[in-house]
Design a protein around this ligand. Structure first.
Ligand code: PLP
Length: 455
């Protein structure tokens, strides 16, 4: 508290001088000054000026159980007292890592029974690449080392994460990217003027994977990586035909499926994993964020039996690991988080109650002149802002419209993220109906303010 009392200007001055923010134009930020966040409780945040803000983004898609959860705080405190750190490298384990691995295997789709821990989604995806490439070497197919991802997909910002992802601006910096990674188009029907039905479009986009596999040679392609629902790309929910066709293609050419569950995992879509919701049978599943409800850094890769058996039975030592793999305090918090979710039936609540309510209330915004389309399931949603609904016309400078809307939200007590002109929401899973009502009313107000800017 004494620190907070030093005031906004003091913190901003330190920040300006020394703090280098991720994904930020530092020069621009230094002119404006960063907003200083000081407190969180439930679905709300407070800044150093005393403003109360409804967090429609769960921090960064992660604070599933909301802020200030005493049980998570207690789990961390107790574990710090018992054993603040020990590694899991040299024939050692500890109760939280062992129990968490069992717990994750319990809630993941069938056949994913081995859990490798790391601290971030990016690290989990680095792990995945090393695993799949090593797997194919052990299977006697060392040339099967290409990985296919998707344009506009996001898999993190380490060199490997950025390479797997298909974010153009990221590829333009710090290259060359990782070799033997290719990208196909994303299945964003509304954003494309294909003239196809949604179902046909899903098939066409999935078959781009087949075309890419044939172009590279099936004996060269190790895996396909994708988010079940693209998050950072703007909450793109693929047509219903897309994933079954992807699944068929991967099976046909023996290409492993990596379902990046960093955002979709742990109840966000109304089932434990996006793979459950979209009917995907992944070979490997990186996860993070909701795993520890964002209280401490933690990620994991759930590895399917086929890959795990080969790596374990034929692979000898796997020369890979992080100091904080299975960090006991992070693991204790994640274990507590999953137990709370099971005890309070939070995933069922997202599927049957609060998720449908959230989606239904959001759709009351469909009459707003800026709203082109609302996509969502469970507690994740994306709203396309358009200049004209029919014929559909996107804004020429969609980024500017999205950012203006995001700023209106921030200045009016709501956090909503902009991806181009798609406005994105992923509130904490513990949000109440009254809080959903407040959120939707704030969204409408901020859309009104944005419409005034562009009108
Ligand atoms: N994968 C997906 C789908 C993500 O959304 C993210 C981050 O948003 C990552 C990976 C990277 O996670 P991290 O930022 O923890 O490295």
């Amino acid at each position: 508290m004494t620190l907070i009392n030093k005031g906004t200007a003091y913190w901003q001055s330190l920040d300006r001088a020394h703090h280098w923010h991720p994904f930020t134009d530092t020069k621009g930020l230094n002119q404006a000054g960063a907003r200083v966040m000081t407190k969180g409780e439930g679905v709300y945040l407070w800044d150093s000026e005393g403003n109360k803000i409804l967090d429609g983004m769960s921090g960064l898609w992660c604070v599933a159980l909301g802020y200030g959860n005493e049980e998570l705080i207690e789990a961390a405190t107790q574990q710090m007292r018992d054993l603040a750190f020990y590694n899991t490298f040299f024939k050692t384990t500890h109760p939280p890592a062992a129990e968490l691995a069992q717990k994750i295997a319990e809630v993941t789709p069938e056949g994913l029974n081995r859990i490798f821990f790391s601290s971030s989604g990016s690290e989990a995806n680095d792990t995945v690449v090393r695993m799949v490439r090593h797997f194919w070497v052990l299977e006697g197919k060392p040339e099967k080392n290409w990985i296919i991802g998707r344009k506009n997909g996001y898999h993190g910002s380490t060199l490997v994460g950025a390479s797997l992802g298909g974010m153009g601006p990221m590829h333009a910096q710090g290259g060359p990217m990782l070799a033997n990674v290719a990208h196909i188009n994303q299945p964003y029907w509304y954003g494309d003027d294909s003239g196809l039905t949604e179902d046909d479009f899903g098939i066409v986009r999935a078959r781009e994977l087949e075309a890419k596999i044939l172009e590279l040679g099936a004996d060269k392609v190790a895996a396909f990586i994708a988010e079940p629902i693209q998050g950072a790309g703007g909450v793109i929910i693929p047509p219903a035909t897309y994933w079954p066709e992807i699944q068929r293609i991967c099976q046909k050419y023996d290409v492993l499926i990596i379902a990046d569950e960093v955002i979709c995992g742990f109840g966000r879509t109304g089932q434990w994993f996006g793979s459950h919701t979209l009917g995907i049978q992944p070979d490997l599943m990186p996860m993070a964020k909701g795993l520890s409800s964002g209280y401490l850094p933690l990620s994991a890769v759930a590895v399917g039996d086929r890959v795990a058996n080969t790596l374990i039975e034929k692979g000898g030592e796997f020369y890979h690991g992080y100091t904080y793999s299975g960090h006991p305090v992070s693991a204790a918090v994640a274990l507590a988080a999953i137990r709370i979710m099971q005890r309070d039936r939070i995933v069922d609540r997202v599927r049957d109650d609060i998720g449908p309510y959230f989606q239904q209330q959001l759709r009351t915004l469909a009459d707003h002149p800026l709203v082109g389309r609302i996509d969502g399931i469970g507690l994740i949603a994306g709203i396309a802002l358009v200049e004209n609904k029919t014929p559909k016309t996107f804004f020429k400078d969609g980024d500017a419209v999205g950012l203006a809307c995001r700023d209106h939200c921030f200045n009016n007590g709501l956090i909503m993220r902009a991806v181009g002109s798609r406005m994105v929401l992923a509130p904490p899973l513990i949000i109440s109906r009254a809080e959903v009502d407040e959120l939707v009313a704030k969204v409408r107000h901020c859309f009104d303010l944005t419409a005034r800017d562009v009108g």
